[in-house]
Design a protein around this ligand. Structure first.
Ligand code: ATP
Length: 262
């Protein structure tokens, strides 16, 4: 394994995962062993990519970090403490957008602050700030069915940001987009993060996407149970160029070391 992060330890990490294993029980009897021995440290405001093939447990790991699942064994620390279930300190963005179709863009984005009891004027200002940050100024009153896939995912990102989470968990957020829009959104997610830095965990099965967005890439091995394979620091200036020689070199190294081809 290529470490590259030996200096990291629990105390210095924003997120620290130690020996996480996860087994689901299906149909009351059948055990599905999904994750095995995951050790992971994420630095504050780092953009970390979890890269792996389908069925390597990536989403399950993200859901454990979100507090939506509990590990069967092992531990997760956030700021050196064990988080108790989901919390506003972590926000998730899903591949399937998960917007409320009967609410406008603004209505979707201001849901979180509304639940927290934030007064209307304040939450509207906050929502509009993040709608603008994600490039949707002017679309505040549009409904999800009036938006393209990329625009819907911009709403998803604004909706996550508006709760001012410390950690953003993005689960294959661009998996449903066409290649052109996906490329544009990769640029956008980096631009947004550079303007308002958070600790990001970004799940993908796409090597180019991983290299384009990540500060570091952690590869997971499938098939189940998913295990950690290697860590690749991405030492390339931003904005990155897909045709850059170093980009291509890293791409080749990851392609050679994994079963991923794209
Ligand atoms: N709640 C659950 N109950 C039972 N089994 C589950 C549950 N969640 C996940 N699994 C099992 O874990 C497997 C791996 O799921 P996961 O979505 O974490 O992998 P993944 O690497 O994100 O895959 P993909 O890229 O295909 O989405 C699933 O195929 C399923 O068998």
């Amino acid at each position: 394994m290529e470490k590259g992060d030996a200096e990291l330890n629990a105390a210095a990490s924003k997120i620290h995962c130690e020996n996480i294993c996860k087994t689901f029980i299906q149909k009351n009897t059948q055990k599905v062993h999904v994750l095995e021995g995951i050790d992971l440290d994420v630095r504050e405001n780092e953009f970390l990519v979890l890269l792996g093939p389908g069925q390597s447990g990536k989403s399950t790991l993200l859901r454990i970090l979100a507090g939506l699942e509990t590990p069967s064994s092992g531990s997760v620390l956030l700021n050196n403490e064990t988080p108790q279930g989901p919390g506003p300190d972590r926000a998730m963005v899903f591949q399937t957008y998960s917007l409320f179709p009967w609410r406008t863009v603004r209505g979707n984005v201001e849901m979180g602050p509304k639940f927290k009891g934030m007064p209307k004027k304040e939450r509207r200002e906050l929502a509009d700030h993040y709608i603008k940050l994600v490039g949707l100024d002017g679309f505040q009153d549009a409904f999800p069915h009036q938006l393209s896939g990329g625009m819907k995912q911009r709403v998803g990102i604004a909706r996550a940001y508006v709760n001012i989470p410390e950690v953003l968990l993005l689960d294959e957020p661009f998996g449903q987009l066409d290649a052109q829009t996906r490329y544009l959104m990769e640029q956008e997610v980096v631009r947004i993060w550079e303007q308002d830095k958070r600790t990001v965990l970004f799940v993908t099965n796409n090597i180019d996407e991983a290299i384009y967005v990540g500060d570091r890439i952690v590869t997971l091995k499938g098939k189940l149970p998913g295990t950690m394979d290697a860590v690749y620091p991405v030492d390339l200036p931003r904005p990155r160029e897909h045709a850059d020689l170093k980009f291509l070199e890293l791409r080749r190294r990851i392609t050679d070391a994994t079963e991923l081809t794209l």
